[in-house]
Write a protein that binds this ligand. Structure first.
Ligand code: C2E
Ligand code: CA
Ligand code: CA
Ligand code: CA
Length: 275
């Protein structure tokens, strides 16, 4: 308090204040973005390695900032979680993904499952199941065309509540998958107890060239199948990776090798050409 300049204490304080200000600005912008419709969903196709058909699409959030270009989710999801805004943003994402998927079905395309990423706060919120049910009713999408992705770490904490929520979602007919599998603290117990329908092998095991990765991927595939779960590989970028996964009987793949996440119009064209 004595002096305004010169001490580390002040510099520290200033940077916190500045950080805080930047956060407040972004929070305000996020709220505005939601109100003014600046969010978009892009969709990355997921292919069955068996039939070679598109069987699903993952909805990925994009923020089209009026002054900047697209802002990727990693830059703002964290703050949205901290401020609780993720609930409102998440509601929008769920509704928009279901609405879009229903629109594709109404055009007569081969039906696909839309996967939506849920953050921890969203998954733990009271009334999630009722909310999902309401959105399905409102948009007219059948529950079997919706999949919710949660991460391994989320499933591990707060086990009882998670288990109950998962069972209710399954009873509703919605699928539940574990995202980024292999990067958190896995416990074999939860894999056998939770009604999980699919594991998504994290992209680092697929596209980082480390010798052990192939062994890890093989065992995740075999384990999934012996627990009656499907398994999908994320981040597939090369033909070699695709060949390996096909040989190992992985069910599905997603990655730049086949397609980047696409804006809805582009995905519509893709679905149109493949049936
Ligand atoms: P994620 O759920 O693991 O999504 C996969 C990410 O990998 C996406 O990044 C996707 O664009 C990228 N990707 C896809 N194929 C490849 C590939 O072949 N190679 C490489 N290197 N990357 C690939 P994106 O869209 O930037 O999303 C980042 C993360 O943000 C997501 O990771 C997810 O955790 C989060 N996120 C995205 N949308 C939402 C949302 O609606 N709600 C919530 N809560 N989180 C979201
Ligand atoms: Ca995901
Ligand atoms: Ca992932
Ligand atoms: Ca991730």
């Amino acid at each position: 308090i004595k002096e305004k300049h010169g001490s580390n204490y002040n510099i520290f304080e200033l940077s916190i204040a500045e950080n805080f200000k930047a956060m407040l600005t972004m929070e305000r912008e996020l709220r505005k973005a939601l109100m003014e419709g600046q969010f978009e969903l892009h969709y990355q196709p997921q292919k069955s390695l068996d039939s070679n058909k598109i069987v699903g699409v993952e909805a990925l959030l994009r923020w089209k900032h009026p002054l900047k270009s697209y802002i990727p989710p990693d830059k703002f999801i964290g703050l949205a979680e901290k401020t609780g805004l993720i609930i409102d943003i998440g509601d929008w994402v769920l509704k928009e993904a279901c609405r879009q998927n229903k629109t594709w079905q109404d055009k007569g395309f081969q039906p696909v499952i839309v996967s939506v990423n849920l953050s921890a706060k969203q998954f733990y919120q009271k009334g999630l199941v009722e909310k999902v049910e309401h959105i399905l009713n409102e948009t007219g999408l059948a529950p079997k065309y919706l999949e919710l992705e949660i991460t391994e770490t989320m499933a591990m904490t707060n086990e009882e509540n998670i288990l109950e929520t998962m069972h209710c979602l399954r009873k509703l007919g919605v699928f539940v998958s574990i995202d980024d599998f292999g990067t958190g603290y896995s416990s074999f117990k939860y894999l056998s107890v939770f009604p999980i329908t699919k594991l998504k092998i994290d992209k680092m095991f697929i596209n980082e060239n480390r010798e052990q990765n192939q062994a890890i991927v093989k065992s995740i595939i075999h384990m999934s199948h012996s627990l009656d779960m499907k398994v999908i590989a994320e981040g597939v970028e090369t033909i070699e990776q695709l060949k390996f996964l096909t040989e190992e009987k992985c069910d599905e793949m997603q990655g730049f090798y086949f397609s980047k996440p696409l804006p809805p119009e582009k995905l519509t064209k893709l679905l149109q050409t493949v049936g």
